[in-house]
Design a protein around this ligand. Structure first.
Ligand code: PMP
Length: 423
């Protein structure tokens, strides 16, 4: 890392805890320091030291169209000229709500919030109110943002830093959070046999993308739906990552599952701070002011964020998801073969425009198998790829992301870099 990033990081550490506004960005666990980004266009990101990288992080998912996509940038600039926040309804929030409801098979209504964390937090409150029950079942290694009830055995930064929970969360708050291994429907059934009558909801990442990338086994999501139906619990799909990425209609369209509630973030904001939660009308109408379940936000439905989201979804509506999936898969398989030829153990699950290099002999099906991956090998890989101009998420527990604007040249640059990695 060159001087300017290093100097900025030193200054940042004096005024921002750990020098970053979200923990994994610090790059600690990959024995590195963060790059400070000056600008980004398409799938290329440039740091303040003038180095350009092919970006496979894409702001952790939102930038599926690449950075500075002209139609999105134009929409945001035009919106800004009309004022940046009103604290009152504006036409764009109706349009984005209509677009999201039309795209997602299970949705009848949706409310906008400002982050994925707010979305999952609010969806859980709603599920608890609707069922008059307190418990929630989540899966080990799944991440649903940083609201208290979800900070038990969570993925993403907690997995990266091996933090089982976090100080500051009262034991009583997570006492109602039940845990099961991902992909283990028998464990879910056993928990319901014991606690079913008091479980408000199951919340699940339909494709787990915060412990690397773990695909749902055939029948797992269907099994969750059936258990919820049997016990009168709500099924919440956390589609903060998979919404508009696993397919235009999200994982729910891809796997033909009908969740009661769904949470969104990332892509629906086109790179601006947006989240949303939605679902069946009979539940959504319990939200204030229609119903008594309180949920609110000063900046919710922000006109800039809505403009970015609308422009992004309009582009995606006619985008060729199948072609992007094919290209991502071909790239990932070539990457896998290059790494395998170097004698390191490697798994490379892919789905839609996501891929994940796991340095392991064993197929990864849950958090326990994800933790068997060799993080030292990942660190070696990460550091050398970065030195060769490839920007990957700085953790073996995060998924790689591909955008619609990655070209063969970008893939080849990454593959060439991988060929040069020495383990
Ligand atoms: N749910 C999932 C599945 C996520 O991946 C994330 C963030 N990566 C969140 C919720 C929380 O979203 P945010 O960071 O916008 O609060």
């Amino acid at each position: 890392m060159d001087t300017t990033s290093r100097q900025l990081f030193e200054k940042a550490c004096a005024v921002i805890p750990g020098g970053v506004n979200s923990p994994v960005r610090a790059c600690h666990n990959v024995d590195s320091q963060p790059l400070f980004i000056a600008e980004a266009h398409g799938c290329r990101i440039t740091d303040v030291d003038g180095h350009e990288y092919v970006d496979f992080v894409l702001s952790w998912g939102p930038m599926i169209l690449g950075h500075d996509e002209p139609s999105v940038t134009r929409a945001v600039c035009e919106a800004a000229k009309r004022g940046t926040s009103y604290g009152a309804p504006c036409p764009a929030e109706v349009t984005l709500a209509e677009e999201v409801v039309a795209a997602m098979p299970s949705l009848e209504m949706v409310r906008m919030v400002n982050s994925g964390t707010e979305a999952t937090m609010s969806a859980l409150r709603l599920a608890r109110a609707a069922t008059k029950r307190d418990k929630v079942l989540k899966f080990v290694g799944c991440y649903h943002g940083h609201a208290d009830p979800f900070l038990a055995a969570a993925g993403s930064g907690l997995a990266t830093f091996s933090i089982p929970g976090t100080p500051g969360v009262p034991a009583a708050v997570v006492a109602d959070t039940l845990l099961a291994p991902y992909n283990d429907i028998d464990a879910v059934k056993a928990i319901f046999e014991q606690h079913g009558a008091s479980i408000a909801a199951i919340i699940v990442e339909p494709v787990a993308a915060n412990m690397g990338l773990v695909l749902p086994k055939p029948g797992f999501l269907e099994g969750l739906r059936a258990v919820c139906d049997q016990y009168g619990s709500l099924l919440i799909f956390d589609e903060v990552i998979t919404g508009f990425r696993a397919a235009f209609g999200g994982a729910q369209a891809r796997f033909s599952i009908d969740p009661d509630l769904t949470t969104f973030g990332k892509i629906i904001g086109g790179g601006l701070p947006v989240g949303a939660f939605g679902g069946k009308r009979r539940y959504m109408e319990l939200i204030a002011p229609r119903g008594g379940v309180y949920q609110a936000g000063t900046l919710s439905g922000n006109p800039l964020a809505m403009a970015a989201g609308i422009a992004t979804l309009r582009y995606l509506k006619t985008a060729d998801y199948a072609a992007l999936e094919k290209r991502t898969h071909a790239f990932a398989m070539e990457l896998r073969d290059i790494l395998a030829s170097k004698g390191v153990p490697i798994q490379m699950p892919t789905l839609a425009s996501m891929f994940c290099p796991y340095f392991s002999e064993q197929e990864v099906t849950d958090f326990a198998t994800a933790t068997l991956c060799d993080q030292a090998l990942f660190t070696t890989f990460y550091k050398q790829m970065r030195a060769h101009g490839i920007y990957l998420a700085p953790s073996g527990y995060e998924t790689g992301m591909v955008s619609f604007v990655h070209t063969d040249e970008d893939f080849n640059k990454a593959l060439d870099a991988a060929r040069k990695v020495i383990f």
